[in-house]
Design a protein around this ligand. Sequence first.
Ligand SMILES: Nc1ncnc2c1ncn2[C@@H]1O[C@H](COP(=O)(O)OP(=O)(O)OP(=O)(O)O)[C@@H](O)[C@H]1O
Length: 308
Amino acid sequence: MAYILRTHQLTKVYRGEEVVSEVSMNIRRGEIYGFLGPNGAGKTTIMKMITNLVKPSGGEIEIFEEKVKDTFYEQLKRMGSIIEYPIFYEKLTARKNLEIHCEYMGYYDKKAISETLKLVNLVNADNKSVKDFSLGMKQRLGIARAIITKPEFLILDEPVNGLDPVGMHEIRDLFIKLSRQYGITLLISSHNLAEIEQIADTIGVISKGKLIKEASMEEIRSTHTVHLEMSVKDYPKAAFVLENELKLHNFLVKEDKGIIQIYEDYISQNDIIQSMNQNQVEIQSIHHKKQPLEDYFLQLIEGGQSNV
Ligand SMILES: Nc1ncnc2c1ncn2[C@@H]1O[C@H](COP(=O)(O)OP(=O)(O)OP(=O)(O)O)[C@@H](O)[C@H]1O
């Protein structure tokens, strides 16, 4: 398995306080990794350590399958990033900003500027200076600057923060394009699940400096969101049957809705129907129900546990 990034027990202490605690994360080549967590969870600090802006207090970082040393310029050259707010030369155009950046990076592919402006859809902005850009245009220019040197690994800190739904949609499409067509690996942080749920292949959930979950979206969707919902009139009796006949304990009785939610993975719908029939409990409906992912993540973050 080719990993673009692996951290081992990565830790950062600020004034005696551990703001990042023993984080071991794994990003595979070519994937979009969604880094999800509430504000202050430690996402930016981790991204800063990965991009050599902040020194770790402990642990290790491996990029492109090589352990990073004190300075890791060779690896950094193959990476692009936007961390916190990108700063531009406000009086200059997007093109001029990119030219200056390329010069600074020692990257002299003149064609790249026009190509990149086209890719991020900023071709018609040649007469505008950056100070007159909308927030979305600035975000796209930031992305252009991060990708112009053709990085293999792109690190984006809250890149859609503050964008309207249309802008957000455009940027999301761009990320998918960068990943699927250009094979760039993306690490994207967000405090909002809806922003990255649709594009991430893998999600890392961070809370209070700890990585509390790392799993593929596919796995999360298939294993953690389903429960059985059974609608009955006589719910006390139904609950009795679940508990004493089927020996199930992980269920919730919602009296106001007349339903019982059953969270046991190993019990089949048929077994429940059979047992209810044998005990003369009439089932009005029974079906699998998905827990909204948002609820699942909130539960995860609030619980702050690693065994969910
Ligand atoms: N230079 C610093 N000195 C002291 N504490 C810091 C410093 N940088 C970050 N912190 C603290 O570390 C914790 C994590 O901050 P960080 O910015 O990494 O979180 P985050 O998940 O990226 O949240 P946000 O989205 O709000 O930036 C916070 O409690 C923050 O106050």
